[in-house]
Design a protein around this ligand. Structure first.
Ligand SMILES: O=C(O)CCC(=O)C(=O)O
Ligand SMILES: [Fe+2]
Length: 250
């Protein structure tokens, strides 16, 4: 039975606790945030097993699987995982939807990714004359402890507001930061933050699930129209419906 209620929230910005407000301030300034206790031990184990099974049928060269929610029902809780969604809404407001739900398994020997931004939209720190900035926050659940060997995600804190694109390749930035995330943490990064996964020089795979959120008026990359997601949306709470794109057009 689905809960009833309006799908579009009636309030955009909720009152934040002082602690949450300071996390939002940090994110706005630096373009990233490490969230502790984003997963329980049990959830972490479940995700590892579900992800390994998802990749069993996938050819070794393929490091990326999209439409993660269609792959296995055990990924479903990530849609509105409370420690993450609470902070996403604190940053983006309550009217949010998923842009994509993906995973990447970086194989031993994989080389450095190039610097990139996830968001294709042109960015200006002042927004438009009207004021609005598009908001996209990617949330990475790194299932294996990130070390300098297995290829941490590298970011350039503050680069989300740079008026120019990142350089080609993966040259060193003086202020770059290797984020050595632990398995139960989640790493938020702004869609316009310069980032890249670094080379995996360890003998083990390095696994990540990426849940990407954005303002509900933005276009999503994934269709969210497969059988599993359709059922999750139909049976889900109003908030889940919104997150899974039930507002097809405005
Ligand atoms: O693997 C990573 O650490 C980052 C992946 C990434 O940036 C992407 O898939 O767009
Ligand atoms: Fe990326």
């Amino acid at each position: 039975m689905s809960e009833s209620g309006p799908i579009v929230p009636t309030v955009l910005n909720s009152q934040l606790s002082a602690e949450l407000q300071s996390e939002v301030d940090f994110f706005l300034k630096w373009g990233y945030l490490v969230v502790d206790d984003a997963l329980t031990e049990e959830q972490l184990e479940t995700l590892k097993i579900a992800l390994d099974e998802t990749y069993e049928g996938v050819d070794d060269e393929t490091q990326f699987v999209g439409e993660l929610l269609e792959q296995d029902e055990r990924f479903g809780f990530l849609i509105d995982n409370p420690p993450v969604l609470e902070r996403i809404k604190a940053i983006l407001g309550n009217c949010v939807q998923l842009h994509s739900a993906t995973s990447r398994v970086t194989q031993p020997g994989a080389t450095d990714q190039n610097w990139h931004r996830d968001g294709p939209w042109p960015v200006d720190p002042c927004g438009t004359p009207y004021g609005s900035l598009p908001g996209q926050v990617n949330c990475g659940y790194f299932l294996d402890e990130l070390t300098m060997e297995n290829g941490p995600i590298v970011i350039v804190p503050g680069s989300q507001r740079a008026l120019f694109r990142p350089p080609e390749g993966h040259p060193t930035f003086p202020d770059q930061k290797f984020v050595l995330a632990k398995p139960r943490q989640a790493v938020f990064f702004d869609g316009w933050l310069y980032h890249r996964g670094s080379a995996n020089n360890s003998p083990q795979e390095r696994r990540v699930c990426l849940m990407c959120y954005q303002n509900a008026w933005m276009k999503s990359r994934e269709p969210f129209n497969g059988p599993r997601v359709t059922k999750l949306r139909e049976e889900g709470s109003p908030e889940r419906k919104l997150l899974l794109g039930s507002i097809g057009h405005w």
